[in-house]
Ligand binder design. Structure first.
Ligand SMILES: [Zn+2]
Length: 63
């Protein structure tokens, strides 16, 4: 039986290493280590959402 909805392999979201989806408790990471690193990065706000570029209309305000 094949589950087309679930990829059998994926790239670790932290280091990019190819890992398996099945039998992988750390998915979508390759290992518990990468999972913890990634979660830790979020917790420490190393991932900040980059501000969008200044809207073009701001330039028009200086008329
Ligand atoms: Zn990894």
């Amino acid at each position: 039986m094949t589950d087309h909805a679930t990829p059998l392999i994926l790239n670790c979201r932290r280091c990019g290493q190819v890992t398996t989806w099945q039998n992988n408790p750390s998915r979508p990471f390759c290992s518990e280590r990468c999972k913890l690193i990634d979660l830790g990065a979020w917790a420490s706000e190393q991932y900040t959402i980059p501000l969008a570029e200044a809207p073009a209309h701001i330039e028009a305000e200086n008329d």
